[in-house]
Design a protein around this ligand. Structure first.
Ligand code: SF4
Length: 543
């Protein structure tokens, strides 16, 4: 961890105190470079009859007096003399010392540990796998003092419990695996905006889209199992599909689908959540591994939720933004929209922003929703061809017309995605600020969803109808309830995933990013607000 602290104190805090971890190309590649030395071999304390050189691999050693513990990649031992060897995936850097400071400090810790274990150890080796170079590092007084001083600072940081600020415009962030959790440039921009200082547009340091995608299984009676690195979906002896585990971001099961224990173990160990839906698409639960270890974040969440004033402030932002985004949705897509309606929605959004009680906020949201859904049919163009998409208002549980059936399914998918994202970010999805806690209700997911309902869910519904992806033939009617049939549900889910994958320009940060990633960024920013790193939650307002 001293290596990380020397690289960036915030990185050490995120990993050590908040238990955050994420892989990127460099960490994966580093693991590959370590594959031989990561297998334990030999005992450094083993006594031998002669002083013949020997090699010990992947040895965990501690030095209680110095307060260090480390796994040492390789130790070359000759009698009482030990030389630690640290493997790096990269090539030897062009620096005066032949290695970067964090690497030298990390090696020096190993030297101090070996000394406390009774060995003579005055130097170590860094082996750069990329260029096959061995660089010798002498453990002189200057390096030992630097190492001990950094260790003292690291311990103090942990005790104080304050996350260090992000690095400002640092090239280090480009190679940092935690960049999408840390959001360095975004936080610097937001705090400069809050202090009304000029700032550059942030770099987009995270990928615009996710490499892995959700997998949905809706064939009733299907069975999901695992073979090697593949998920196999079968029905009886017939294989229906297979997908690579590393390309799977989540597994969603609709209705009566079984999963083998082996598949569940693999999914859980790879942090791939499994979402459970009714066969009609109602989201009712998920399986994940152990809860996120960042308890600090959940403590902040509970503190803010217990504070009525702060909760209301957040609730006002969620509702106000939702109304603004509904207005934009109508302005872009509805026929015959009048200035009067647009002005009313603008006024309601402003009222929500400044609202002083939760009860009034509910009233404002209700009025805005009524207005929005009154005009909603003006966005449906297909009625001219296919008159069965008549919409007279929102109804649910069960939905009683095709448009409401589509809206319910879209909201259910969005709730599932946000519940997963919130959980993976270390927040509690059941503790919201606008939606108050109710048994089994993912209130925080519903809160964060407000600003995205019109621009992700409603937009998917409107596009699916208007482009003929869904037609009036695609529904089944039973006992007053309306549901999509199986084939059409697949088409609709594909339309939803296409929307989530669509790149848009972030209104605050200016870079192109997919809706799916935006949900993650907004959730992380909410976490940064709750823990006091930024003064306000930056809403996602589309233009
Ligand atoms: S992204 Fe940059 S500031 Fe954030 S932890 Fe990594 S190196 Fe530090």
């Amino acid at each position: 961890m001293l290596n990380e602290y020397a690289y960036c104190p915030r990185l050490a805090y995120l990993e050590w105190v908040q238990n955050e971890f994420a892989d990127n190309y460099f960490t994966e590649d580093g693991r590959f470079a370590h594959r031989r030395v990561d297998v334990e071999q030999g005992d450094v304390n083993q006594t031998t009859d002669d002083d013949a050189p020997r090699v010990v691999r992947s040895s965990m050693l501690s030095a209680p007096q110095a307060g260090f513990i480390a796994r040492i990649d390789l130790i070359e031992v000759t009698g009482e003399v030990a030389v630690p060897v640290d493997y790096k995936r990269s090539s030897k850097p062009n620096t005066p010392n032949g290695a970067y400071d964090p690497e030298r400090v990390q090696l020096c810790v190993q030297g101090i540990i070996l000394r406390e274990n009774g060995f003579t150890c005055d130097h170590g080796i860094i082996y750069f796998a990329g260029s096959k170079d061995r660089v010798e590092v002498t453990f002189d007084d200057a390096l030992i003092t630097q190492t001990q001083s950094l260790a003292t600072q690291l311990r103090k940081m942990g005790e104080q419990g304050h996350i260090p600020p992000p690095l400002n415009d640092s090239p280090k962030c480009e190679g940092c695996s935690l960049v999408s959790i840390c959001l360095p440039d975004e936080l610097v921009l937001l705090s400069k905006q809050q202090q009304q200082q000029d700032s550059n547009e942030p770099r987009r340091l995270m990928p615009a889209r996710d490499d892995a995608l959700p997998v949905y299984v809706q064939e009733q009676g299907a069975y999901v199992t695992k073979s090697g690195d593949l998920l196999i979906i079968k029905k009886g002896s017939q294989k229906l599909a297979e997908c690579k585990l590393f390309e799977t971001s989540q597994l969603s099961l609709l209705g009566n689908i079984q999963v083998s224990t082996q598949a569940l173990h693999e999914l859980v160990s790879r942090n791939i959540p499994v979402g459970y839906f009714s066969s009609g698409g109602w989201f009712y639960g998920m399986t994940i591994g152990l809860p996120h270890k960042n308890i600090e974040l959940r403590i902040h969440q509970h503190r803010v939720a217990a504070n009525q004033k702060q909760s209301l402030l957040l609730a006002c932002r969620f509702v106000s933004t939702k109304i603004r985004n509904c207005r934009t949705m109508l302005r872009r897509n509805a026929d015959n929209i009048t200035e009067l309606i647009l002005n009313q929605l603008k006024e309601l959004s402003q009222q929500a922003y400044e609202c002083e009680s939760a009860e009034s906020l509910l009233g404002i949201e209700g009025t805005a929703a009524r207005l929005y859904f009154e005009i909603f049919p003006n966005m449906i163009k297909r009625n001219e061809i296919d008159g069965d998409f008549t919409f007279t208002g929102r109804n649910r549980r069960p939905p009683r017309d095709p448009v409401n059936a589509l809206l319910s399914l879209a909201y259910s998918l969005l709730t599932k995605d946000l519940t997963i994202i919130i959980t993976m970010a270390g927040l509690d999805p059941y503790l919201g600020f606008y939606h108050r806690p109710r048994y089994g209700r993912p209130s925080l997911a519903l809160d964060l969803m407000e600003e995205f309902r019109p621009i992700i869910a409603d937009s998917t519904v409107i596009a699916a109808i208007n482009t003929g992806v869904i037609t009036s033939e695609d529904f089944t009617y039973a006992g007053g309830a309306v549901a999509l049939n199986k084939g059409a549900r697949k088409s609709f889910m594909q339309a939803y995933e296409r929307r989530m994958d669509q790149l848009i320009r972030h209104p605050v940060f200016g870079y192109q990013i997919s809706y799916r990633r935006i949900l993650d960024v907004q959730t992380r920013l909410l976490g940064r607000y709750l823990s006091g790193e930024i003064n306000a939650y930056p809403e996602f307002i589309t233009r």
